[in-house]
Design a protein around this ligand. Sequence first.
Ligand code: GRF
Length: 216
Amino acid sequence: MPETDPLRAVVLISGGGSTLENLAARIADQRLRGVRIVGAICSREGVGGIEVARRHGIPIELIPRTQFPDDDTFSNAITDVVRRMNAEIVLMAGFLSFWRIPADFVARVLNIHPALLPAFGGRGMYAARVHRAVLAAGESHSGCTVHVADNEYDHGPILAQRRVPVLPGDTPESLAQRVGEQERELYPLVIQAIADRGRSALPIMPDLLRHALPQS
Ligand code: GRF
C-alpha cells in the first residue's frame, strides 16, 4: 500500500457519537488529512452514534456488550471486526466498554478522556460523572487528555492535554461544554500528527510523537 493511501482508522463508540461526528466532519472538509474512517463499532444499541456513522456513510457494526458473558468474549468479537475492517489505528470515541487490546494492536489505539489524567479517570469515570467529580473536588482547572489506550481504563501513555479553567458557578454541563470545545480540537490534532508521520511510524512511539505535538 503506497504511503499516500490514508491511514485506515476504525472508531469505537458507545454513545451520542459527538467525537465521531467531529472527526468525520473534519475528514470530509479536509481539515483532517491522511486518515480515513473505514468503519465504526458500537457497543450499545439504540444510541445516537449509530446514526452519526450512517449519516457519514461509515460502515457500522453493532457489538452490544450486554450480549456477551464476559470481557474476553466481547473483546474477541471487537478484535474480529477491527481486523476484518483492516484497521491500522483504532480511535476510542466515547467508548464505554472494556476491550482487551490484542498484541497486533498494542500502541495503535487512542482514547480521549474529558479530564486531566491521571486524575479523574478509571472504570466508571465518564461524561458528567467526571465533571461532577472535578467540581466536587474544588479543582481550579480541568481539561482533556489524549492517550495511547492500553488494557487498563484511561491509563496508557499520555500524548497531549488541554487545560480549561473551572469558573465560579460552573455546573457539570457548563464544564463539559468548555472541555468539549478543547476535545474537538485536540483529538484531530493528535490524529493529524500520527497521519503525518505515516504508517511506517506505527505502532505509536509516545516520546517521538510528543515532540511532533504543540505542548499546551
Ligand atoms: C467525551 O467526553 C469524550 O471525552 C469521551 O466520551 C465523550 C463523548 O462521547 N471519550 P460521544 O463521542 O458523544 O459518544
